[in-house]
Design a protein around this ligand. Structure first.
Ligand code: BGC
Length: 365
C-alpha cells in the first residue's frame, strides 16, 4: 500500500473510532457492549442498595427518667442484632430542638424514624417533614397527635391508670384522694388519667371517694409534683387519704412533700415505671405500688417492626387508635401492677432490676 493511502485509511479509522466514542453521533446498536455511564451508575446504585445497612433514626424527648436510657440502649441493641444501625438524638424536653434534631436525622437519610414526642401536637411537624422525604415514622411509647404516622407502639396507658386506681381503691375504698398527673403535653398523661377515673368514677358517684386535688405536673418534673402536693396538703389541712401519681418520678416528689408533714408511709401513693427509687419506696413502705412496663419487650418489638418497615414491608396490626388524623395501626403491650408482694416474680425475675439494688441497705430483707 502506498504511504499516502495508508495515511488516508488511518485518518478514516480515527474518525470512525471517534464517532463510535461519541454518544450523540453513534446509534446505540453501534456502541460496544460496555455499559454506558448511566448504566454503570445504575448498576452501582443497585449494588449499594443490596449491601447498604438500614439506618433507623431514634428521636427522643428526654433521657431524664430512668427508663429512657434503657429504652435507648435496649432499642439500639435489638436493632443492631437485626443487622441495622441506630442514630439517636435526645432533645432535653425542648420542642424546637427535637424538630431540628429530627431534621438532621432526615437529611442524613435514615430509612425510618422512631419518634418519642416531647409534645404530642408539636411533633406533627416532624412527621410531615419525614413524610415529605418518604421516610416512615413510628410513634414510640407516646402518640403523635394529628399526624400521618405509620404505626404506634406502646403499653396500654389507660390500663396503667386503671391498675393504679384498682390497687389504691383496694387499700383506701373511702376518703380524700389527690391526683398528681403527668405533663399535659404528653398524650400518655391524658390516657393515664382516663384510666384512673374509669375506676374512681363509681366510688365518686357513691360519695365514697372525693378527689380534693387534681393537677398536671409541668414537664413531668418531681419538683413540680412536690409543689402540687404541698399545695394539696395546705388546702386540705393535711387531711389526705391517698395519692395517685402519674409515674414514680412524680411519686417521689409527692413522698417528699408528705415526709415534710410526717405523713410519708401513712398515705398510700401509686406510681408507674418500676424505677429503682420507686421500688425502694415500695420496699420501705412509702409507696404502695408501681406499674411495671417491660422495656425489653417494648424495644424488641419496636426494633423488629422498625427494621421490617424500613425494608419496605407493610406491617399489619389487630388494633388501631385514632390520633385525630387517621386510624393508626397500633401495638399495645400489657402493663403489670407491682407491690411489695410480687417484686421478685416480676422485676427481679425479668432482670429489670437486681435484688441487691432494690433491697440495698433497706430493712425489709
Ligand atoms: C411514659 C412514662 C414516663 C413519662 C415521663 C410517659 O410518656 O409513658 O413511662 O415516666 O412519660 O417521661
Amino acid at each position: 500500500m502506498e504511504r499516502k493511502n495508508c495515511y488516508f485509511i488511518s485518518f478514516i479509522l480515527l474518525i470512525v473510532v471517534w464517532l463510535a466514542g461519541c454518544d450523540s453521533y453513534a446509534e446505540p446498536s453501534e456502541l460496544p457492549s460496555v455499559p454506558s455511564a448511566a448504566e454503570q451508575d445504575h448498576t452501582l446504585e443497585e449494588d449499594v442498595t443490596v449491601i447498604r445497612t438500614l439506618k433507623i433514626g431514634l428521636s427522643m424527648d428526654t433521657l431524664v427518667e430512668e427508663r429512657w436510657e434503657k429504652d435507648r440502649d435496649m432499642f439500639k441493641e435489638a436493632v443492631e442484632a437485626l443487622g441495622a444501625e441506630v442514630e439517636v438524638k435526645a432533645a432535653n424536653g425542648n420542642d424546637a430542638l427535637q424538630i431540628a434534631q429530627a431534621e438532621t436525622l432526615i437529611s442524613q437519610g435514615v430509612d425510618l424514624l422512631v419518634l418519642v414526642p416531647h409534645n404530642a401536637e408539636a411533633a406533627a411537624t416532624i412527621v410531615g417533614k419525614a413524610q415529605m422525604a418518604g421516610i416512615p415514622v413510628i410513634s414510640y411509647d407516646r402518640l403523635v397527635k394529628n399526624a400521618n404516622i405509620d404505626l404506634y407502639i406502646s403499653f396500654d396507658n389507660e390500663k396503667v391508670g386503671e391498675l393504679q386506681a384498682e390497687a389504691i381503691t383496694a387499700l383506701v375504698p373511702e376518703g380524700k384522694y389527690v391526683y398528681i398527673g403527668g405533663a399535659s403535653t404528653d398524650n400518655n398523661a391524658h390516657l393515664l388519667k382516663e384510666g384512673v377515673y374509669n375506676v374512681l368514677q363509681p366510688f365518686i358517684e357513691r360519695g365514697d371517694i372525693t378527689v380534693v386535688y387534681d393537677q398536671w405536673t409541668e414537664a413531668w418534673m418531681p419538683a413540680n409534683a412536690k409543689q402540687n402536693m404541698q399545695a394539696a396538703l395546705i388546702a386540705n389541712d393535711n387531711d389526705i387519704d391517698a395519692v395517685i401519681a402519674a409515674n414514680d418520678a412524680t411519686a417521689g416528689g409527692v413522698i417528699e412533700a408528705l415526709a415534710e408533714q410526717g405523713l410519708a408511709g401513712k398515705v398510700p401513693v401509686a406510681g408507674q415505671d418500676a424505677e429503682l427509687a420507686g421500688l425502694q419506696h415500695i420496699v420501705n413502705g412509702e409507696q404502695a405500688m408501681t406499674v411495671y412496663k417491660s422495656i425489653k419487650s417494648l424495644t424488641e418489638q419496636a426494633a423488629e417492626i422498625a427494621v421490617r418497615m424500613a425494608s419496605g414491608e407493610v406491617i399489619e396490626t389487630d388494633t388501631t387508635i385514632n390520633n385525630g388524623k387517621k386510624d393508626v395501626p397500633t401495638v399495645f403491650l400489657t402493663p403489670v401492677a407491682v407491690d411489695k408482694t410480687n417484686i421478685e416474680e416480676t422485676i427481679i425475675a425479668d432482670g429489670f432490676h437486681r435484688a441487691e439494688d432494690i433491697y440495698h441497705g433497706l430493712p425489709n430483707k
